[in-house]
Design a protein around this ligand. Sequence first.
Ligand SMILES: Cc1cc2nc3c(=O)[nH]c(=O)nc-3n(C[C@H](O)[C@H](O)[C@H](O)COP(=O)(O)OP(=O)(O)OC[C@H]3O[C@@H](n4cnc5c(N)ncnc54)[C@H](O)[C@@H]3O)c2cc1C
Length: 337
Amino acid sequence: MSDKKQVMVFIEHSEKKIANVSLELICEAGQLAEKLDADVVAVAPGYDMKEELASLGHYGCKTVYYINDKRLAHFTSNPYAKSIINLIKTQQPEIVLFGATETGRDVAPRIASALKCGLTADCTELQIGEHKVKSQIYENVFLGIRPAFGGNIMATIVTPESHPSMATVRPGVMKMNPPDTSLKADVSEVESGLSDEDFITEVIEVVRREKTVNLGAAQLIVAAGAGAADPNTLGLVRKLANTIGAELGASRPLVDSGLLGHDHQVGQTGTTVRPNLYIACGISGQIQHRAGMAESQRIIAINSDPDAPIFNIAHYGIVGNLNEVIPKMINAYKDKA
Ligand SMILES: Cc1cc2nc3c(=O)[nH]c(=O)nc-3n(C[C@H](O)[C@H](O)[C@H](O)COP(=O)(O)OP(=O)(O)OC[C@H]3O[C@@H](n4cnc5c(N)ncnc54)[C@H](O)[C@@H]3O)c2cc1C
């Protein structure tokens, strides 16, 4: 166990590529670690990844606890959970962060229940602060902040009596700092402590589902809302996206109605995006949608209702009918191009 406090991040990877959400969390862990005078460390079950893991230093990670075991080359729930539990018991970190991905959502609750500690899911903000219960004051407590009750309130969840505090955070929510390639993390190999009996499933083949859209990495997004549900209007929104080379996003009603796949959905239960430009077409701007796009650098909103809440966060607002506005935008763009 280290003499210094530690804020730990679980490193997710696929085909030896570290997931962006893990890099985002390393950067966010840096802010928390500063307040706690702690080190940012990582836990990475895997195989043959030493070099890739050292690059976590570019983002501020000091030490990577690398559980190097051929049987951990691909994610399987129980062996990953058990090897991380063993490490947490040895290292006693203050906080452990996971991506709110399929992998993180699978492994984090298993660890939390084995260690009998609190886990706050889908946080949108993480802080270190004070917590008071009657006359009891807890200093430097981990605060997991997330939308609750359908996104109508922001709840701050604390687990001051259990150790460590754990949270999951969705991809794209935390900001990734530019890498400092002069820095490398110390990669410390640790035993998995696993026996063959811990491996009740075996990964025989990994079959990749190709995504039709990659909103998380997109710098330009044109998103269609319920106001574009008519096939002609949706066709116009799609045309605008194609014309300017943007990815096509959507609000939930378009996905629920089957007009677009879930990969297109932006928001609390979809993807969180931070593009340079987000054009919201016929989207009212409910909190659950805003939760996924409010951090966009520039937002243009087109809506026929001048009081639509989306205009409160838009940098440029166009009050009008999509069927009239979008063709003009396409023509204007083509004239300038
Ligand atoms: C737990 C939970 C999770 C959720 N997660 C998400 C999520 O991840 N993402 C998400 O998007 N939603 C989510 N929702 C749903 C959310 O609450 C809203 O219902 C949804 O965002 C509304 O989508 P919208 O703005 O497209 O539709 P509406 O609210 O119906 O707005 C349509 C807008 O289009 C405008 N309009 C109509 N016709 C035209 C036209 N011809 N030209 C111009 N403007 C026009 C209208 O003025 C209106 O403002 C969630 C809800 C819950 C309870």
